[in-house]
Design a binder for this molecule. Structure first.
Ligand code: 6XA
Ligand code: ZN
Length: 343
């Protein structure tokens, strides 16, 4: 399997985040991608290509143009306002406030375009976001041109980013961009399977009223798990998208027997949808030793996930999302890919 990777992710480093009332170094750090990059060679998964340059039009097919145009401006404006360190929002237009009116100051705009304080900027963040987007589109191109599967080693991740908001380490929704790009380049129907521990609220929001992109999510129950405010089983799509959003929330402590049964059900839904193409939002924070998650999957389970996905027999693009137990993240993420190839 070919992978696509860019070194430009490394500039997105040293970010701070807010955890349980304290500002701490972000769990989402460059070593995550570096471990995976090294593991690809270690197991001989296949060639690793650099991304081609892509303009931002494909991003604007799933995100609001003003949101995308804002992202490169953030850090220059943050510095121009006399700030340094991580640009972090602190005020959000929730119920009772005006979300229809864009404010002017950079501090306010950060909140206007976010749902939490989890997507933070340093000097190299925009270039990393752009490179991650280019990684996804370049890998999508490989699949469109006939590869059975490809791996987009995206960093930063994307599945929490919605049509006009960032959050949860995510800025541009790489998987959603790629799904739309496939639709715009000949695919009739696309399925997205999100196996990250956290609900892909951004992906769900983007495609919620559409029947041409099926979204299936397996994740921690939002009643007790981030992102908290989306991801329940009764969210089944709206309008002509009714029936084309499927959520499998599961409690803390979930082991592979339960999780694998949900995967099986999700895969059956994808099979009966008869998609032309599959996108996998590949998070491995379901791992038992993940520092911010509460499922109990073991390393031996990840190749089984890949093998089950392969059984769908669809051209498949894997897009990297979360996973934080740095060293093991690589074995588990690449384990899904080798399991897919060996099936
Ligand atoms: C809150 C937790 C963010 C989770 C990000 C993630 N700081 N998403 O792994 O898949
Ligand atoms: Zn996650």
């Amino acid at each position: 399997m070919k992978s696509v990777y860019s070194e430009r992710h490394k500039g997105h480093a040293g970010n701070a985040e807010l955890v349980a009332g304290a500002i701490v170094p972000a769990f989402e750090m460059p070593s995550r991608a570096e471990f995976i990059r090294a593991r690809i060679d270690e197991v001989g998964l296949g060639p690793v290509l650099s991304p081609a340059t892509h303009a931002l039009d494909a991003a604007k097919r799933v995100h609001r143009a003003d949101f995308i145009d804002f992202l490169p401006e953030v850090y220059p404006r943050w510095k121009a306002s006399g700030h340094h360190g991580s640009a972090i929002p602190f005020t959000w237009p929730t119920r009772g406030l005006r979300a229809d009116k864009a404010p002017e100051s950079i501090e306010a705009l950060l909140g206007y375009y976010s749902f939490d304080a989890g997507a933070t900027f340093v000097e190299g963040t925009w270039d990393a976001i752009k490179s991650s987007y280019e990684v996804a589109l370049t890998a999508a191109g490989l699949v469109r041109d006939g590869e059975r599967a490809a791996f987009a080693l995206c960093r930063p991740p994307g599945h929490h980013a919605g049509s006009s908001f960032m959050g949860g380490y995510c800025f541009i929704n790489n998987a959603a961009v790629a799904a739309q790009w496939f639709r715009d380049h000949g695919a009739g129907k696309v399925a997205i399977l999100d196996v990250d521990y956290h609900h892909g609220n951004g992906t769900q929001e983007i495609f919620y009223e559409r029947d041409d992109v099926l979204v299936v999510n397996l994740h921690g129950d939002p009643a007790n798990e981030y992102p908290f405010f989306l991801g329940y089983a009764d969210e089944t799509g709206a309008g002509k998208g009714e029936g084309f959003n499927v959520n499998y929330p599961m409690p803390a402590g979930t082991t592979f027997d339960i999780w694998g049964a949900a995967l099986e059900e999700g895969c059956r839904k994808i099979a009966s949808y008869k998609a032309d193409l599959l996108l996998v939002s590949l998070g491995v924070d379901t791992f038992e030793k993940d520092p911010i998650s509460a499922f109990r999957l073991k390393t031996e389970h990840y190749p089984l996930i890949g093998a089950r996905i392969a059984k769908l027999g669809l051209p498949t693009l894997f897009v990297m999302e979360g996973g934080y137990a740095v060293a093991e993240i690589a074995v588990n993420a690449v384990g899904v890919l080798t399991g897919f190839e060996g099936a």
